[in-house]
Ligand binder design. Structure first.
Ligand code: ADP
Ligand code: MG
Length: 258
């Protein structure tokens, strides 16, 4: 059958979020299919990070919902009504979604290996030996074989971000979120991180990537989504969105970053 009949991995409906009186997400609807890469673009303050953080339970929506793999993030149905989940259920759901931040957020006092094995051991109860073996595989995958004994401060920013990607992968996520993963890097280190992300995309990982790297978006994204003022104002294949943005705000933004 056609693509439309495939159940999306991520289904976002009517998502709203305010901070005080400031409406930050103003009714976001978005579907993401298994294996798809979605690049999220938009000016500073448009709600990109809040959208990612809501998908990963770091923010609680005021209205609407996010569903990942059929499970509703943050809520469950009981007697036909939505109820908030308890902390343990949230932890279980969050384990299915990996996140990579602009600032890497590695634990500075832990080695590369310990950064990667910490969550699988603590959250999934994976035996240490098995977690360490998997961590070594993942380090090889991100081009850092042999660096397991290093501390974050001994690595370049690009290497630290690749460790952060390995750490996210160690939880075997169904979905990976990237929030401006190369924005804190020196320009010469951006390419090595984007190459790892492209490799992941090619391997079929479902990803949502906030980035201003238009070249990456053009090459890797299946869908480009443009957020402005907490609303999606453009969405489609990158070639279409880039060649023919319909909204003036999207046109102005693209003219500035291209
Ligand atoms: P983007 O990632 O697109 O730059 P954000 O989602 O970070 O945008 O932020 C959208 C708006 O929400 C901004 O105006 C920001 O100041 C505000 N905001 C984000 N997080 C909070 C928070 N925890 N408390 C108050 N305001 C916030
Ligand atoms: Mg942001």
């Amino acid at each position: 059958m056609t693509e439309e009949t495939t159940e999306p991995l991520v289904r976002i409906r009517g998502l709203r979020k305010s901070f005080g009186t400031h409406l930050v997400l103003d009714g976001v609807d978005l579907d993401i299919r298994l294996g798809e890469v979605t690049v999220l673009l938009g000016p500073s303050g448009s709600g990109k990070s809040t959208l990612l953080r809501t998908i990963n339970h770091l923010e609680r929506p005021d209205a609407g919902f996010v569903q990942v793999g059929g499970g509703i993030i943050g809520y469950r149905y009981r007697n036909g009504r939505l109820h908030e989940l308890g902390n343990r259920a949230i932890t279980r759901q969050r384990a299915r979604v990996g996140m990579v931040f602009q600032q890497f957020n590695l634990f500075p006092h832990l080695t590369v290996l310990d950064n990667i094995v910490e969550a699988p051991i603590a959250v999934h109860g994976v035996p240490r030996k098995q977690a360490a073996a998997r961590a070594r595989e993942l380090l090889e995958r991100v081009g850092l074989a042999g660096r397991e004994g290093s501390y974050p401060r001994q690595l370049s920013g690009g290497q630290q971000q690749r460790v952060a990607i390995a750490r996210a992968l160690a939880m075997e996520p169904e979905l990976l979120l990237f929030d401006e993963p190369t924005s804190a890097l020196d320009p010469e280190l951006v390419g090595e991180v984007l190459a790892v992300m492209k490799d992941l995309a090619d391997s079929g990982m479902t990803m949502i990537v906030v980035t201003h790297e238009i070249g990456f978006a053009r090459e890797v994204a299946d869908t480009m989504v443009f957020l402005d003022g907490g609303r999606i104002i453009e969405s489609g294949p990158p070639a279409e969105v880039l060649a023919n943005p319909r909204h003036e705000r999207a046109r102005a933004f693209l003219a500035a970053v291209l």
